[in-house]
Design a protein around this ligand. Structure first.
Ligand SMILES: NC(=O)c1ccc[n+]([C@@H]2O[C@H](COP(=O)([O-])OP(=O)(O)OC[C@H]3O[C@@H](n4cnc5c(N)ncnc54)[C@H](OP(=O)(O)O)[C@@H]3O)[C@@H](O)[C@H]2O)c1
Length: 323
């Protein structure tokens, strides 16, 4: 079998054009949508994410505000920024970029984001609402996974009201930002969900469990972790992983470290090029699966559109008087 490639970029483009229209309609009604990022310190990943959100906002004609604070900022200084964004009508969504600098209490910060502006579902209150199936803006990455998975149901011409009824879905990874909320969202759509994590792997039962999945999601953060042995023939595989590897200039092998000796040829790594790979060994899984997302160009491409969608919905809800 050769899997269908799930094209996240095409899905993102479709969502994007709908969002551009929605934003324009809101503007005509005098409603402003805008995203503010809050960053404390200069973590590389957080800065990359901030820049990607800024580019996306500019492409969508959505207001963007960058609140970057020094790594030496206190929790109380960061809280002041969050509180002022909560009050600002030009900001419909707030995204706190993690990790925050070590001296700042993340829990206190995310707890204070106004629930309506919490567009990545970071606060415990909103996560609780999500678990209960009540209204909350879904966290962007799990929402992107769900968007891609639900499109597979459409391809199978299934009744949308029944969601994933009767389907075994396995999520590998139980982080608060990806695995856990995704499992809850799938459960709320009638899937039979199993969550696996490092202790499942240690128990030696991981592949046996993942092979039961009709839908398999990998959110592990280990390059190439999921291989042919984990996948049932015809399964739909969604790869959340974004991992950076370093290419040996001499032999082309991928290395986990940027410096030292190449793992394959032993040559010295000199200023190596980087490559982004997922948690799934794409080529071998594509021979087993029915459909698979690539990295890059899969989940990551859709994630920011989910964030923007939440910001747009938050602006609409605020205009309708929700708090
Ligand atoms: N596409 C996107 O938009 C997007 C967004 C966010 C993150 N990501 C990427 O998604 C990946 C996961 O992110 P995350 O934030 O969820 O990571 P995380 O917080 O590090 O969580 C990783 C999860 O994987 C589990 N795990 C680790 N080793 C395992 C093993 N050998 N067997 C089974 N499970 C194992 C961990 O289990 P334990 O809980 O037992 O430790 C943990 O639950 C990363 O590559 C990240 O860069 C992508």
């Amino acid at each position: 079998m050769t899997a269908r490639i799930i094209d996240g970029r095409a899905v993102a483009a479709e969502l994007r054009s709908r969002l551009v229209e929605d934003i324009e309609i809101l503007r005509e009604r005098g409603i402003t949508c805008g995203i503010a990022t809050v960053q404390v310190g200069d973590d590389f990943g957080a800065s990359m994410y901030r820049d990607a959100v800024a580019r996306m906002c500019s492409g969508l004609n959505l207001a963007f505000r960058d609140e970057s604070l020094a790594a030496t900022s206190t929790t109380s200084e960061v809280l002041d920024v969050v509180m002022s964004l909560n009050e600002d009508p030009a900001v419909s969504g707030i995204l706190v970029l993690r990790p925050l600098a070590p001296g700042v209490d993340e829990a206190q910060i995310v707890d204070r984001i106004a629930p309506l502006k919490d567009i990545d579902c970071l606060s415990p209150g909103n996560l609780g609402r999500l678990m209960l199936g009540r209204r909350a803006w879904p966290p962007a990455t799990p929402a992107a996974c769900l968007e891609l998975l639900e499109r597979q149901l459409q391809i199978e011409d299934r009744d949308p009201a029944r969601g994933f009824a009767g389907d075994q879905v396995v999520v590998v990874g139980r982080s608060p930002s990806v695995g856990k909320p995704l499992a809850a969202m799938l459960l709320n759509r009638h899937a039979t969900v199993t969550i696996c994590h490092s202790y499942t792997d240690r128990a030696g039962t991981l592949a046996e469990i993942t092979r039961r999945a009709k839908f398999l999601v990998a959110a592990v953060g280990v390059p190439g972790f999921i291989g042919r042995e984990h996948v049932a023939p015809g399964a739909v595989v969604v790869d959340v992983g974004i991992n950076q590897l370093f290419v040996c200039g001499a032999c082309g092998a991928h290395n986990h470290e940027a410096t030292g000796a190449c793992m394959a040829c032993g040559g010295r790594l000199e200023d190596p090029q980087t490559v982004t790979v997922g948690d799934v060994r794409f080529d071998e899984v594509a021979e087993m699966a029915g459909a698979v997302t690539p990295v890059p160009g899969g989940v990551g491409a859709v994630t920011n559109m989910m964030l923007a969608r939440n910001a747009v919905r938050a602006a609409e809800a605020a205009a309708e008087g929700e708090a």
